[in-house]
Design a protein around this ligand. Sequence first.
Ligand code: MG
Length: 261
Amino acid sequence: MRLARIAHPEGVAFAAIVGEADNPDGPLFAAEIAEHPFGKPEFTSRKWPLADVRLLAPILPSKIICIGKNYADHAREMGSEPPAQPVIFMKPSTAVIGPNGAIRRPVDSERVDYEGELAVVIGQPCRDVAAADADKVILGYTIANDVTARDQQKADGQWTRAKGYDTFCPLGPWIETSLDPTDLDIRTELDGEVKQDSNTAFLLHTIPELIEYVSKVMTLLPGDVILTGTPAGVGPMVAGQKVAVTVSGIGTLENTVQDRA
Ligand code: MG
């Protein structure tokens, strides 16, 4: 199922993106979910053509946990060896924006980079999850852009400022709940030019390993998001550009870039 959050003509809701059973190649609709998408979602009777709603960030997480250097080629382009243990850091919930939202470059950074990533969305409260049980706590998968003020990341020695600006965590376009995440193509394009082109098979620490590692540290809540790391090819974005991250089996997360006033 494709779970989305939408702005519809009368408000905001969770929805499933569905086709018509008797017209599989026809238009898509957003079918409204009552309350929240966790557990077994209940549907209201309302639905709208997808063209008549606006997709929002598919979830508003209580926290966003990010994994650094989780592809060997990216660790090397950053001048370090692949780490033996996962490197974890966080972004504030206020960094989240949705599909087609504007990434705003802060005035005090000279270099703001894209980092296309597969993101895991947690489906239930959990702690100390064994890797073998990780599937049970996953709601689904979406796409993220771990936007980074690269100059500030290098200058500060830790990453809170560089990774934490408002708009630095685009998420979307929706959460795919039925997906094997172990062999997905991941590609980032800047103004249509391919900049990152890899596959989740190259993740150094797998998603079950990451959930075990992170849930030893902190309780994970429904809707929390884990960004699984970016492959090689990171680079800067400037105002006026469009950045698109595509993960096979999910879709494309596209955002614009602006300078913050
Ligand atoms: Mg990253």
